[in-house]
Every structure is written in C-alpha cells, then in structure tokens.
Design a protein around this ligand. Structure first.
Ligand code: TPP
Length: 542
C-alpha cells in the first residue's frame, strides 16, 4: 500500500506520462507537492494555454497526456481546449481539484461542479466516491482515453484524497484498435472495382490511425483523385502528390458540385461532411455511391448520406488496397498538380498573405510542422504551403479560436527535432497569448508569425457573404502591438512591414534555435470565408 498520491505518480511513470501540464490552486497542492524529480511540470499562465499545450503535446507524442487544472476555476477557463481535445480525439487525462470531502455538502469556497460542466466534451467525467478509488479511476480514465475513438476524460479529485492509502492499479494492456466489418468493406471493394471515376477523401482520423502510407498506397493503386476533408484540421495527404486535388468546400451545394462527376466517393476518417455556412443542397449528387469509413460511431450515426463503416481507418484502407483491382489512368485525365497551378505572388506593399505564405514555403525546412490559426488567410496558406511529410499540419478542429499558439508550443516540446511554425491572426493570438511565456520558459523554439491586419477580417468576409452588411460593432483591432507583448513575456520579436524584409526575418528565425515572434503587417481583406464565395445561394441573414 502507498498513498493515493504516491500510487498515482507510480502509475503515470509506468505509462510514460511524466510531463504534466497545468495551472495550480489550493485544491491541487496536496497532489503537486514534492513532485518526483523524473516528472516535468509545464505551467500555463491561463488554463486555455495549459490544456492547449497538453493537446499539442499529445498530437506530437501520440500518447495520453496528464493535465492538472484547478477546480471549476481552471476547468471553466480551459473548457475551450477540452472541447478541442474532444473534436480532435486527443487523449487528455484531465484532473482537477475539488474541495475537501468533509465539508463538500456545505458548499465551501471553490466547490466545483466541473463534472457536470465538462460532460458533453469528454468520454467520461467522474468524481470518485471514495479516496481509495482515485488511482483505479485514473487508470480506467487513461485506458478509455486511448480506446478508439480517442478523446479526453475528466476526473474531479477532492483535495483530502491524496494522503489516503490505496492499492496500486494494475498496468494493463488495453486494445487501441477496433476493426471494420469486412462484409461492408467488400461492398466498397465491389463499388470501386465497378467505378469509372472514383474519388477518395482523406480525413483527419487517418493520422490518428497511422494511415498516411495506407491512403497513398490505395490512391496510387486505384489511380484515384484525392481531396482533403473540408476545413481540414490535419493534412493527411502529401500536398504535391500528382493525385491530390485540394480541399473540399465546407457547404452542402458547393461540396456536392465539386464531387458531381464522381460515381463512387469513399471518405476516410472524417464527417460526411463538415459544413460551415448553410448552403442547402444534396450532401452528394443522387446516384453517386458514398461510403464513410470512420473510427467514431457518433460520426457514423450523424452522416447525412451514404453507407457508414466503423473501424480503424488505416486498416480499412489497407484492406481495400489488398482487395481492389489496380486501375490505370488515361494520360489526358491527368490534371496539373496544385503546385503547378498556384500563381507566384508579387512582393507588393502592404504585404499580401499570398506573398507571406509563398515566402514562408520557400524558406522553411521541408519537415516543418505548421500549427495555424489565421482565419481569413487560410486560403492562401492552403495554396502556398507545400508539406509532404506526415504529422505536419494542425488547425482548429471546431472553429474555436485559441487553439493554434498553445498547440504549437506543445507540439514543439514533443517534437524537438522538427521546427514548429505558428502562423496566427492578430485577433486569434489574443485568446491564449500566455503560451508565449511557456514557449520561452520551456525553451520551445516555436516561430510565431502574426498575420497583422488589425481587424477580424474573416468576420467581415462573413458579413459580406451572408449579406449582414458591414454595420457591425467589434470588427476592428486597432492599437495592438504584438512585438511588445511578446517582449513582455521574454520572447524575442520583430515587426516586418516591407516585403523585402520578410525573407531575411524568416531566415534568421530558422537559423536561430530560440522561440521568436514576427509580426507581419499585411493587406486587409484576405480570402473570403474559406472559399465559400465560390458557392451559389449563400444564406441571407440581412
Ligand atoms: C473563441 C472564439 N471567439 C470568437 C470567435 C469568432 N471569430 C471567428 S474568426 C474571428 C476573427 C479572428 O481574427 P484574426 O485572428 O485577426 O483573423 P482574421 O479574421 O483577421 O484573418 C473571430 C473573432 C471564435 N471563432 N472563437
């Protein structure tokens, strides 16, 4: 027997979960005291930053990550990162302190109803009924977090529990893959074998299931065009591959139009489909055979059309590769690659986001990792950044800003051998700006590129697209100096205003091994609402 505290550290050690992200308060001190020296505590000055860095660390390590928040105080502040973890299938084992059990019924200061608060965004939310259950609950939570689909779990732990005696939980092997029904996969095989013009959709779960090579091999075997899922939170297909056709548009009618010529569409590891603006239409043209292969039963149930198959996405792709006939492609149907298609932007003043991202693409190492959050310039980023290696791209999973910067810092800590770059809007960076300090303190050499247009451009674009008009308050961001804010957190930083200064500033950032921030003044009025302007029948709210 050991204390609950000692037993917990031992269990975390055995599972390799020795990097803990958090923000402390009085109710966590009995756990945090005398942390064993083989553990690292990463402090986030705000819980959005702490849990967000844990999310990035989990992306980078592929492992469950332990998070320690403060009661409902931290849980509330960290909730947007918890919902990111839910939508990104990130296995965060989140714990938070609760008041002393012996006075809980009297509703003392800092009493927490966090279990009820987080429930919709975690796989399990629980407060153990007795102190002796805490280590076993942490073990159960960890195994559940890693079972497909992965995701965050949450435990509220009364502060007096840590000094009780408790038996250590067994370190057990628990399956981390569930396989799809082969009878249904054979239906996909038959459809692909009979098809004339199939398309594959590469979704973000391919990365969760280690399917990078499996989808490339399947696409090449079938000679089939590949699209990325709409508003991609990961890039799961090499950007310069001859079969890559770019991203799908995030609305019903335009997406259906994009796929209108296809007779068979197979979606790997994504929703059917992720939409943003409401532009009604068929999810897919009637007559096209649509299949979805997902590791998430909820996404299978929620699909708007087609046959849904639940199971490991990579294993399913390998099955289809093994059972379908190889196909050739007539030379005249080979389209130009996206790299060949993008025009070279001019170095004008003010700097355009097209020029910014084409310059970044020229300068960055080919194995750079991008964690981005630049809403209105996403189109240019998507067009000009060419990344052909797996685990290279991370973006907001459900539209909640505050994701990018802490994710970049956590990723950089988990993957020191690859340089992490965070292109981020001057509005977006404010939601978790404290992560700059954590990057400095943890010597995580992330390169933050602030896309400074001094407004909420994406929202202005949405106003235009949906005919709300421009008479809306709160759209402009004058007077924010990110260079000084970064310096206040101890980060080296500089402003770039002239196009000729951009490349040298980026070169210097990559040559140094320090974290840094470059604030680039860019032309206002970037891309329009994620390519939605290509769509007919926009919704009208004006
Ligand atoms: C937490 C959160 N608050 C508000 C929003 C609404 N929102 C969506 S895009 C956007 C603008 C972000 O501004 P910036 O980062 O400067 O990017 P830009 O639109 O200028 O490209 C806002 C406020 C959101 N998605 N998430």
């Amino acid at each position: 027997m050991n204390t609950v505290r000692g037993t917990t550290y031992e269990f975390l050690r055995q599972l390799g979960m020795t990097t803990i992200f958090g923000n402390p308060g009085s109710t966590e001190l009995p756990f945090l005291r005398d942390m064993p020296p083989d553990f690292t505590y990463v402090l986030g000055l705000h819980e959005r930053a702490a849990a967000g860095m844990a999310l990035g660390y989990s992306f980078g390590s592929g492992k469950p990550v332990f998070v320690n928040l403060h009661s409902i105080a931290s849980t509330g502040n960290g909730l947007s990162a918890i919902q990111d973890a839910w939508y990104a299938h990130a296995p965060l084992v989140i714990t938070a302190g609760q008041q002393d059990r012996r006075q809980l019924l009297g509703e003392p200061f800092l009493v927490s109803r966090a279990v009820e608060t987080v429930r919709p965004y975690v796989k399990w939310a629980y407060e153990p009924v007795g102190a002796e259950d805490v280590p076993a609950a942490i073990a159960r939570a960890t195994y559940l977090a890693m079972l497909p689909p992965r995701g965050p779990v949450y435990l509220s732990i009364p502060m007096d529990d840590w000094t009780h005696q408790a038996a250590p939980p067994q370190v057990r092997k628990v399956s981390e893959r569930v396989l799809a029904d082969p009878t249904l996969l054979d239906e996909v095989v038959r459809a692909l074998d009979a098809s004339k013009n199939p398309a594959l959709i590469a979704g973000w779960q391919l990365e969760e299931d280690d399917g990078w090579n499996a989808i490339i091999e399947l696409a090449e075997h079938l000679n089939a065009d590949v699209y990325q899922d709409p508003i991609a939170s990961r890039w799961t297909f090499p950007r310069s591959h001859r079969l890559f056709r770019g991203g799908l548009l995030p609305a019903q009618q335009p997406l259906a139009d994009q796929l209108a010529k296809r007779d068979v569409v197979v979606v790997f590891g994504a929703r059917v489909f992720l939409y943003y603006a409401y532009v009604p239409g068929n999810p897919i043209k009637p007559g096209t055979k649509l299949f979805q292969i997902t590791n998430d039963p909820e996404m299978a149930a929620a699909a708007l059309a087609g046959t849904s198959i639940v199971g490991d996405v990579a294993v399913a792709a390998k099955y289809l590769r093994a059972h379908t006939k190889a196909r050739s492609r007539a030379p005249e149907t080979k389209p130009t690659t996206r790299t060949e298609a993008a025009p070279t932007p001019e170095p004008s003043h003010p700097i355009t986001t097209a020029y910014l991202f084409s310059t970044l693409n020229r300068v960055m190492p080919r194995n750079a990792v991008i964690a981005e959050e630049c809403p209105s310039s996403k189109g240019d980023l998507d067009r000009y950044l060419i990344l052909d290696e797996p685990r290279s791209f991370y973006s907001v999973p459900n539209g909640v800003l505050g994701f990018g910067l802490p994710a970049a810092v956590g990723l950089q800590m988990a993957r020191p051998e690859r340089r992490v770059v965070c292109p981020i809007g001057d509005g977006s960076i404010q939601y978790s700006v404290q992560a700059l300090w954590s990057a400095v303190q943890n010597k995580a050499p992330v390169i933050v590129i602030v896309v400074r247009n001094s407004d909420y451009s994406a929202l202005k674009g949405f106003c235009d697209f949906t005919q709300v008009g421009r008479n809306v308050h709160g759209m402009d961001l004058p007077g924010i100096d990110m260079v000084k804010i970064a310096q206040g957190y101890g980060m080296s930083s500089r402003e770039v205003d002239q196009p000729g200064d951009l490349e040298p500033a980026l070169q210097a950032a990559f040559a140094s091994n320090e974290p840094c921030l470059i604030s680039v003044n860019v032309a206002k009025g970037g891309q329009k609402t994620m390519g939605m302007d290509q769509s007919v029948n926009p919704p009208k709210y004006g």
